[in-house]
Design a protein around this ligand. Structure first.
Ligand SMILES: CC(=O)SCCNC(=O)CCNC(=O)[C@H](O)C(C)(C)COP(=O)(O)OP(=O)(O)OC[C@H]1O[C@@H](n2cnc3c(N)ncnc32)[C@H](O)[C@@H]1OP(=O)(O)O
Length: 413
């Protein structure tokens, strides 16, 4: 299949992987990339879902999909194409190479029966045209731990926190991660091997910080949480001024989480705690004495596309009863366009084709933004992106689509 007169889209052959990966690294600025990362990416690449665009013998485009299952409101794991590895040579930009690759990736996901596709965007402006909506946000903070204190829940003192080499406790940490997957929309069940991405720790990317460190939380001898982090020493005019940067933290219960945060807040000689890529409703915000001194920032995280509207909306549950007809616009995946009746509640849902009059009109991008429960249809309507055609339908759908837990994408891909 050609993208223009000279280029051709082909599946990635294993013998072309190194060129393909080098192309991707160059498109992302050509920064240092370790042999370890290359080998891990190779092992995670699903060659039957990876694409290259060639101009003669020259590789000019890369893209691929990973087979995840993503949690939706209600807890169901929904097969999801994790779109990734997108790069187009600067010599061939803005000629439709990405568009051709996205066409193939979404057609393949549709043929496989995956109701959803998801991605992390290098630039949020790229993917709306392909029907992706910003479905999850992420929180960063820079906490002044010399002044901000924690109020700990009862029982925190019974949690033991111990250092462990990150690789030695990988299986226990992955078990904690897996137990958390059903609890939050956006969480990804992933194939074995993905857990190793958390261990990548090339010296060239540490910027003067320590190697990756890990502590686990234990209750009654069981691992109930973990934190992976780095420390970086600093000395200012008035003395110690070190920084702790949290890479990853997960806990099965409130006291295990509190014990891990207490540990991170209390490391001697450190005065700043940096966290990034956290859920917007992360619990530590309710433990701190002074949220203002935590310098919160929010940005987009996961972008979601409904590959199959009916299957995607019937896979989740709804906080309150919903019975609405959507008029959906979807120029890129026209099999979704038209009217769908969604009926559902907290127990389950169905979403079928209908000839009935529409209650709400919107594009598939708005459904992508709203489907994990983190973006309200009402707020999209306030921006003119959803139109209410039956009075009351907007409030009804907005409440139903909500989620008590903020959606969050646990890691990049
Ligand atoms: C999921 C991921 O992997 S995210 C990583 C994406 N990769 C990168 O950021 C690496 C550096 N950038 C690139 O490799 C390329 O510039 C890409 C992949 C972003 C775009 O590839 P191209 O082949 O130039 O895109 P293509 O020509 O198909 O563009 C399709 C449309 O998107 C628009 N578009 C492309 N890139 C951008 C952008 N960065 N910002 C806004 N719009 C964009 C084009 O203008 C075009 O619009 P049109 O249909 O109205 O004419």
């Amino acid at each position: 299949m050609g993208t223009d007169h000279t280029t051709e889209l082909k599946p990635l052959r294993p013998e072309d992987f190194d060129r393909w990966w080098d192309h991707l690294v160059r498109a992302f600025g050509g920064g240092p990339a370790s042999a370890e990362e290359r080998a891990l990416d190779r092992s995670l690449t699903e060659f039957d879902r990876a694409l290259g665009v060639w101009d003669g013998d020259t590789l000019v485009g890369t893209a691929g999909a990973f087979s995840f299952r993503m949690t939706v409101p209600g807890g169901a794991p929904v097969p999801t194409a994790g779109v990734s590895m997108v790069s187009v040579a600067a010599t061939h930009r803005r000629r439709g190479v990405l568009t051709t690759m996205m066409r193939r990736l979404l057609d393949d996901a549709h043929a496989k029966g995956e109701p959803l596709a998801a991605l992390f965007a290098s630039e949020p402006a790229i993917y709306g045209r392909f029907g992706f909506g910003t479905a999850a946000l992420q929180l960063s903070a820079e906490i002044d731990t010399a002044r901000v204190t924690l109020a700990l829940p009862e029982g925190t003192e019974r949690v033991r926190v111990r250092y462990a080499p990150p690789a030695d406790v990988l299986a226990e940490c992955e078990a904690v991660y897996a137990a958390l997957v059903p609890r939050r929309p956006g969480m990804l069940a992933r194939r074995p091997g993905w857990e190793r991405t958390a261990l990548l720790d090339p010296e060239s990317e540490r910027e003067g910080a320590s190697a990756l460190q890990c502590v686990v939380a234990e209750r009654d001898g069981e691992v109930t949480g973990y934190a992976r982090f780095r420390t970086k020493m600093g000395w200012g005019p008035s003395g110690h001024d070190g920084t702790v940067s949290v890479e990853d933290l997960a806990a099965l219960d409130p006291v295990s989480g509190a014990a891990l945060w207490r540990f991170l807040f209390g490391i001697d000689l450190m005065t700043t705690l940096k966290v990034r890529g956290r859920p917007v409703d992360d619990a530590w915000q309710h433990l701190v004495s002074d949220l203002r001194r935590c310098l919160l920032q929010v940005r987009d995280s996961g972008h979601v596309r409904l590959v199959e509207v009916g299957a995607a909306l019937s896979a989740r549950t709804y906080l309150a009863p919903v019975d609405v007809v959507f008029e959906v616009e979807d120029a890129f995946c026209p099999w979704n366009a038209g009217r769908w009746r969604l009926t559902g509640d907290a127990k389950g849902a169905s979403c079928e084709r209908t000839a009935d009059a529409a209650d709400l009109a919107l594009s598939v991008r708005e459904l992508g933004a709203a489907c994990l429960g983190g973006v309200s249809l009402l707020s999209l309507a306030a921006a003119g992106r959803v139109r209410e055609l039956r009075p009351g339908a907007l409030a009804e759908a907005s409440v139903g689509f909500g989620s008590p837990v903020a959606p969050w994408f646990p890691h990049g891909f």
